[in-house]
Ligand binder design. Structure first.
Ligand code: ADP
Length: 527
């Protein structure tokens, strides 16, 4: 066996030791310290430095590790670090070395310097100094140093790569954490490994508790039959694999809220194509779902609502036209009156629909004037009293000096008509309908109260939503498309007013709304 000379053996030992250090610990400074200390020893130097370029790409070198040179004197070496390697003449180098030696009081007579490069990219420099003048650095020394320089360059590049990966991970973690969508990362057994803030809000599960649990337990999406789809038919487990599966359904979160959610999965595959996990994006689409359901009901209700007057009109027109019948003048008048009333009803419904689309387009325009609310209430009540044949008692309760309001007369007539017609519709046993109001500061507060079926507390906000109707017997029998209160609210709010209801089931409801008083407008103009 070939015997290696002693120093070669030592060099090999040291290189091994350094590569172990590189792989076992990622603390760059200690690896670099080891490299420079060993390099100085191997080259029989007195001291040494390793300087690295800053990571921002600038060509400025900064000392990062040293052998036998205390940190306080590192700045003294700056002129050396600034020298362009290779182009510097020996005598310039020698002068600078003398100056540093004088500055620091160190015995620095000779210098060997090599670049640290990794994949042809310079990452820094290594310097070894000797005290003796007579012993110069040989080509052999340079070779030895090169081996250490290469090791140092690997360590630097490893550490930077690791830092880069760490930074990228932190960036991704932040993106996931702050995503407006719920984000979950699942392992290959569909257990949760990452659970972001939005997921916590959606499900009500704290992150600490959800991590490690099966996704079907935490999310548990149910289909319309109430079956947990995640347990019964997890789309990630279907074979053949589904391409980006989506699941939609209801969940009950920990606060007891029912949410309709959509969960999209991006399966993650290993190099052999097997599933190693999935990323789930979860969204709360309850509002869209409710809107969609309402829209569906609305279409069927509205087509029924529009068809009814049309068929009544057609029926009467056909009957009255029959040539074989000899209708009395009274029958003719009655028939024509009904035709006219139904045509009016149809026109109102079409107007409502147009108003709804105008509101949605943000274009409800008002024509405000000053007028008397009690007078409008009186006129509207007379109209309804005539129609209801004494089934209801109507009471008007306005103080005599009720000031004029400033509002769009036709639209408020519509609101009042609507509230009174609801009071009638939802009072199957008749009763008293009170309409009244008072002036308070700069607004009028008016109300329409009935003794009808009432509205359960949980429905009291919803009835003002588009197409919303309370599902009860009276409601199902009553005509309506669930637009009246929606329009009323839009109209009142366009006047900067408010509309709300106080109600008790079985006792009756009282709808309030506010409108600006006329003098308020005048004051505003005066200011
Ligand atoms: P609709 O055309 O169905 O009457 P509205 O928007 O006017 O539509 O009313 C929405 C729902 O609110 C009604 O379907 C009904 O269930 C409820 N509602 C409205 N007014 C009353 C009332 N005075 N008493 C009881 N329920 C009412």
């Amino acid at each position: 066996m070939l015997e290696l000379p002693d120093h070669r053996l030592r060099q090999r030992e040291y290189l091994l030791q350094i590569s172990r250090a590189i792989t076992s610990q990622l603390n760059l400074t200690s690896v670099l310290s080891l490299v420079i200390n060993v390099a100085v020893e191997m080259l029989a130097g007195t001291s040494g430095l390793i300087a690295l370029y800053e990571e921002d790409g600038s060509d400025e070198l900064r000392v990062r590790a040293s052998a036998a040179l205390p940190r306080e004197i590192w700045p003294a070496f700056t002129p050396l670090l600034n020298l362009p390697l290779g182009q510097t003449r020996r005598n310039v180098m020698a002068r600078i070395l003398r100056e540093i030696a004088a500055d620091t009081g160190l015995n620095l007579r000779q210098l060997i310097a090599l670049p640290l490069t990794f994949s042809d990219i310079p990452v820094g420099m290594i310097y070894v100094f000797r005290a003796a003048l007579n012993v110069g650095f040989s080509a052999d020394d340079e070779q030895v140093l090169q081996a250490f320089a290469d090791q140092a360059a690997i360590a630097v590049s490893n550490a930077r790569l690791y830092q880069g990966v760490l930074r990228e991970k932190q960036r991704l973690d932040a993106i996931i954490e702050q995503s407006a969508d719920g984000v979950m990362i699942l392992d290959n057994r569909w257990r949760i490994t990452t659970f972001n803030q939005t997921m916590e809000q959606l499900t009500g599960w704290p992150r600490e508790e959800s991590i490690g649990r099966p996704c079907a337990e935490v999310l548990g999406i149910r289909n319309t039959q109430g079956v947990n789809i995640c347990l019964a038919d997890c789309p990630l487990q279907r074979r053949p694999f589904m391409h980006n599966p989506v699941v939609e359904g209801w969940i009950t979160n920990r606060d007891g809220r029912e949410l309709y959610i959509q969960s999209r999965y991006a399966p993650q595959r290993g190099s052999n194509g097997s599933l190693i996990g999935a990323i789930a994006n979860v969204r709360d689409i309850t509002e869209q779902k409710r809107e969609e359901e309402l829209q569906n009901t609305f279409v069927s209700v509205i087509s029924h609502e529009l068809k009814t007057p049309v068929s009544i009109i057609k029926g009467y027109a056909g009957t009255l036209q029959r040539e074989d019948a000899n209708w009395s003048a009274e029958t003719l008048r009655d028939g024509l009156r009904i035709i006219e009333e139904e045509a009016d009803r149809l026109a109102r419904q079409i107007q409502d629909l147009l108003d709804v689309s105008r509101i949605q387009a943000g274009g409800l325009r008002l024509e405000p004037t000053d007028w008397s609310l009690p007078a409008l209430a009186k006129e509207t009540v007379q109209h309804f009293a005539a129609q209801t044949n004494g089934r209801f008692e109507f009471e008007l309760r306005f103080p005599d000096d009720f000031p004029p309001v400033r509002a769009d007369f036709e639209r408020i007539r519509m609101v009042l008509t609507n509230l009174i017609s609801n009071a009638i519709k939802y009072s199957p046993d008749g009763g008293t309908i009170r309409i009244g109001g008072r002036a308070e500061d700069k607004i009028a507060i008016a109300y329409v109260a009935d003794q009808g079926i009432g509205i359960p507390p949980e429905e009291q906000d919803r009835i003002f939503q588009r197409f919303y109707r309370v599902d009860n017997r009276v409601g199902r029998e009553a005509q309506g498309a669930g637009l009246g209160l929606y329009l009323a609210r839009a109209i009142i709010e366009a006047h900067s007013g408010r509309i709300w209801v106080e109600s008790q089931v079985g006792r009756g409801s009282r709808f309030f709304f506010t409108l600006p008083l006329a003098h308020r407008q005048i004051q505003v103009r005066d200011e």
